[in-house]
Design a protein around this ligand. Structure first.
Ligand code: FMN
Length: 221
């Protein structure tokens, strides 16, 4: 039976999901515009509460060097070592109120869903996406004139993942840590909060996967 790279166990999840990871190094290769268009199209067709489509993305490609530098300047310092290698940077923003007015309780969720669609479209095209929370939101508001009522949520670094990042000069092996996932029993409940739907013993192959170092590790500080 084939093993999925992310879990090293029988592939219970789709290959597209198991192949996704947050790269900490990118090849110095541009992303064709038709791929980029497809990523935005994937986000565009995402579901949203009441079909509100509250998301917006601001984009800068490496080929527009001034724009790229301006956006890179909004990345948090701890993310710079790998974000500066990306072919494309994006900022994910979301409208916090409904179009007819009033609170939009799932706005951030719906941006996340659109970004997830974008990420999986990217994965299907051999691209990697590393999302960022450590960004300078005030600077972004200022630089891009983001209006009141729009929240600056995330940045996304996109490009072709470097196949062997520890061999590059910019990312050394000590910047890489094993991927870790909590067991299902810690977040899937039944009947009452923290009452595991399935006890950990029922999914031993999934629990074992937590302890394994996987081929794709995530970046650490
Ligand atoms: C919304 C969001 C924000 C993130 N922010 C950062 C960040 O600022 N810096 C960073 O190194 N990784 C960031 N990550 C990546 C996570 O650390 C990563 O997804 C997690 O460690 C799991 O690794 P994986 O994506 O390779 O499965 C972020 C991920 C998401 C979804």
């Amino acid at each position: 039976m084939s093993m999925s790279p992310a879990t090293q166990c029988p592939p219970l999840i789709h290959d597209l999901l198991s192949r996704r990871f947050s790269p900490c190094a990118f090849e110095p290769r541009p992303v064709d515009q038709h791929h980029l268009l497809a990523l935005f199209e994937a986000a565009r067709w995402s579901a949203s509460a009441g079909n509100e489509q509250p998301w917006s993305y601001i984009v800068a490609t490496r080929s527009e060097s001034d724009e790229f530098a301006r956006m890179l300047d909004c990345v948090g310092r701890i993310n710079l070592s790998w974000a500066r290698l990306a072919a494309v940077l994006m900022i994910g923003c979301v409208r916090l109120s409904l179009q007819r007015g009033g609170l939009y309780p799932t706005a951030e969720h719906d941006l996340g869903l659109a970004s997830a669609s974008l990420v999986f479209e990217a994965t299907a095209r051999g691209l990697g996406v590393h999302q960022m929370t450590v960004i300078d939101r005030e600077k972004i508001r200022d630089v891009y004139h983001v209006p009141t009522g729009i929240s600056v949520m995330t940045m996304l670094a996109i490009g072709y993942p470097e196949a062997n990042p520890s061999a590059t000069k910019t990312v050394t092996s000590d910047l890489r840590t094993p991927r870790f996932r909590k067991p299902l029993s810690s977040f899937v409940f039944s009947g009452a909060w923290s009452n595991a739907w399935l006890p950990a013993q029922a999914t031993p192959h999934l629990e074992q996967a937590n302890a394994r170092l996987t081929p794709h590790s995530s970046c650490s500080r």
